[in-house]
Write a protein that binds this ligand. Structure first.
Ligand code: HEC
Length: 158
């Protein structure tokens, strides 16, 4: 058995692999089990996107800790750091390579964090904030289900 279970699962659940999902994938000998839309970025651009992701994850961790302590000021502070201001740091050359839908999803998540910060300050309601955070985390999940990053040039492999 040299076929990994993950590959089998992917083939079971994506019977159209290599056929219907071929808009992005050029014909290759082995169909790629990762059917997500590929963003072709240079190593530096990839590192910049992943760095933003690390900030997201650590900020969300801080927010969860602050909410557990009923620390609404700390929650607001952690959320505000992930707000739309963070997106201003993205260099224009990278921004141009990202599809509109990707940028919209990203901006929406940043705006959510600004809203969470405002509401944490004004309402001071832990479960309200947790509910907002949960909604935002679903947006993280949705974007991850949709996109992957590949090093450029396009067929450099992984
Ligand atoms: C606009 C789309 C988008 C949104 C929104 C998004 N991500 Fe990501 N994230 C990505 C992409 C693309 C990757 C790279 C996936 C790959 O290549 O396999 C990634 C990777 C990551 C990684 C892995 C980093 C690494 O070093 O490999 C983490 C952690 C992460 N995201 C956390 C988050 C969190 C937390 C949120 C929400 C607060 C979030 N992301 C929202 C697109 C997004």
């Amino acid at each position: 058995m040299n076929i990994r279970p993950a590959v089998i699962t992917a083939l079971l659940f994506c019977p159209g692999l290599g056929a219907s999902h071929a808009q992005d994938a050029r014909p290759t000998a082995t169909p790629d089990p990762d059917a997500r839309t590929a963003l072709h970025l240079t190593p530096a651009e990839r590192a910049a996107v992943l760095q933003e992701m690390h900030l997201f994850l650590s900020g969300v961790g801080e927010m969860a800790g602050a909410l557990a302590r009923n620390d609404m000021a700390g929650t607001a502070q952690a959320a505000r750091r992930l707000g739309i201001r963070m997106a201003v740091d993205v260099p224009p050359s990278l921004r141009e390579k990202l599809p509109m839908e990707f940028r919209q999803r990203g901006a929406e998540v940043h705006r959510d964090f600004d809203q969470i910060a405002l509401d944490a300050d004004s309402l001071g309601d832990v479960s309200y904030s947790l509910n907002q955070l949960s909604g935002t985390l679903h947006k993280c999940v949705a974007c991850h289900a949709r996109y992957q990053i590949r090093p450029s040039p396009a067929r450099a492999g992984r």
